[in-house]
Ligand binder design. Structure first.
Ligand code: ACO
Ligand code: ZN
Length: 505
């Protein structure tokens, strides 16, 4: 993971000299052990813990997510450190600082021709760019001359009813995520493969971190949660005193947190909870879902938000949980229902969002649970008779997961439309999947499936995507993909008075 990240500290020359554990201060660049050798690191913070003084270090060529608290023993005090340059007096600072240029961000305008949004299907073959290419360049409409013969095509006629999707920025796709990270000089250029790009996205900071959060320092180093040890990724607003603990204990059922093993053990003997509070609204042989009202279960939901904040860097609400419902997914064993992941949902979303925050606990990630959470959110939207979309901005991992879910489902349904030789429209696709037409279009665009050719708008389902889908189906014959069975959902859309939807004691 090393090698591509920028060097730490400012490039200005620094005074050097020997430091001791007591004189090493914030802003110093020191040589610190990481992954088997000493590396140059900037000290961003210092704290006292029960096991001694610790220094929060950002390493040369390592990404921010890999910043860590290190004990003095890992710092090589034999080598000189670079001292931070002395602070300039205010006036001098003003003169020295470059004047910040006011930049106007022009939103890319995507005015489209009109559409009746009815489509017919024609067969043709195409050799469209590979997925990794499409992640790299989604700007240009692919040149489809000569592709008309055998690939599947869905033709769209346009009319004046087409919404004007000027604000596409939040949904720009994987390319935007990669670009945003590149802009922060966190990705090599050019990325070699999709796997590498994705790994970079994973270890890269989220594209949606806000500036205030970037400057914050991860405050909890290690968490004991059920049978798992968790290593937090981001700052979470737990009480200050917990930041001094080397290990925090969280009860996996009531989500209460403890800094002290004795107190935690006492709690575990007393705690009678075996599943999340609220109603179990779904159960199959694999998972259960519970619906929890933030207003009724304030403490539990706040604790859940504090826990999830350690892995979700861009959504900061943890205190005001009243306006949200929480859909918590668990797996069951003889000890109880164990938290795997959840999504929150506003009781009433003015923007039509069906998910506010979504999280799979890190020990369960990349096992297909995110797909189940996402599918569940859309199944609820179907029951409500609404089209839903996740709240923006999405994180890097959120974008990858949604893009995957949308792609799989759209291809499945397009193949089905094709078999039945049905007409298709963006609206019909959206209605089938309870997705917004905007998300349908953005997915088709990211996959380079929407083209303008010889004066007509068409959807092209490229051969490589059809083949990939067939391979996936083949694989699933031996290892079936887990899905939510909508028939097992026992749920009616809850109704709330205005007072119940908002904050209030
Ligand atoms: N690298 C590459 N692709 C990934 C990754 C990753 N790390 N994570 C998910 N994907 C893509 C893959 O295509 C994957 O399918 P595959 O495994 O068959 O290739 C697909 O997404 C679904 O993966 P799941 O295993 O079902 O998803 P997971 O359980 O890991 O949960 C989630 C995804 C919830 C986004 C998880 O990564 C997470 O909790 N991240 C931290 C919190 C976060 O960023 N949440 C989203 C914020 S946006 C919002 O809240 C609206
Ligand atoms: Zn408990």
């Amino acid at each position: 993971m090393a090698g591509q990240e920028p060097a730490v500290g400012s490039p200005a020359p620094k005074q050097k000299g020997k430091a001791t554990i007591d004189t090493l201060k914030i802003g110093c660049l020191a040589m610190v052990m990481k992954e088997g050798r000493t590396r140059r690191a900037e000290v961003l913070s210092i704290k006292e813990t029960k096991s001694g003084r610790q220094f929060y270090c950002n390493f040369d060529n390592f990404n921010k997510r890999l910043d860590e608290w290190v004990p003095a023993a890992r710092i090589d005090f034999e080598q000189e450190v670079e001292w931070p340059n002395p602070e300039l007096p205010k006036e001098a600072k003003k003169a020295a600082a470059p004047v910040a240029k006011k930049t106007t961000v022009t939103k890319k305008s995507q005015k489209r021709p009109a559409a009746t949004r009815e489509a017919s299907i024609i067969s043709a073959e195409s050799e469209t760019p590979k997925w990794s290419d499409s992640m790299e360049s989604q700007k240009a409409t692919p040149d489809v001359e000569g592709e008309d013969k055998t690939a599947l095509k869905l033709e769209l006629e346009r009319d004046a009813a087409t919404p004007n999707y000027e604000d596409d920025d939040a949904m720009d796709g994987d390319e935007t995520a990669i670009k945003a990270i590149k802009a922060k000089k966190e990705l090599p250029d050019p990325p070699q493969s999709r796997a590498e790009e994705i790994e970079k996205l994973r270890v890269g900071g989220s594209m949606t971190q806000n500036q205030a959060d970037i400057s914050r320092i991860r405050n909890i180093s290690k968490v004991q949660f059920g049978n798992y040890t968790l290593y937090p990724w981001y700052f979470s607003p737990y009480p200050e005193s917990f930041t001094q603990e080397d290990l925090m204990y969280i009860c996996e059922f009531c989500l209460c947190y403890y800094g002290d093993l004795k107190a935690f053990t006492r709690h575990r003997h007393k705690c009678a909870m075996q599943h999340p509070p609220g109603n179990e609204i779904y159960r199959d042989d694999y998972v259960s879902f519970f619906e929890i009202d933030g207003r009724r279960q304030r403490t539990w939901c706040r604790n859940l938000c504090l826990l999830s904040r350690m892995f979700l860097d861009h959504k900061s609400t943890y205190h005001d949980v009243d306006p949200f419902l929480f859909y918590v997914m668990t797996t069951r064993d003889e000890k109880g229902c164990h938290l795997v992941g959840y999504f929150s949902k506003e009781k009433e979303s003015a923007d039509g969002f069906n998910v506010a925050c979504i999280l799979t606990l890190p020990q369960f990630q990349r096992k297909g649970y995110g797909r189940l959470l996402i599918q569940f959110s859309y199944e609820l939207s179907k029951i409500e008779g609404k089209l839903g979309s996740p709240e923006k901005p999405l994180s890097d991992l959120g974008l990858l997961s949604y893009r995957q879910y949308w792609t799989e489902n759209l291809i499945e349904i397009l193949l089905d439309f094709n078999e039945r030789e049905d007409k298709v429209s963006i609206e019909a696709l959206a209605a089938h999947l309870a997705m917004t037409p905007h998300d349908v279009e953005s997915t088709l665009q990211a996959l380079q499936m929407q083209i303008y050719h010889k004066g007509e708008h068409k959807i092209v389902l490229p051969m490589h995507l059809i083949k990939r889908h067939e391979m996936l189906k083949e694989k699933q014959k031996t290892k079936p993909k887990r899905v939510i069975d909508p028939a097992r959902i026992q749920w009616k859309p809850p109704t709330f008075t205005a007072a119940q939807r908002t904050w209030g004691w």
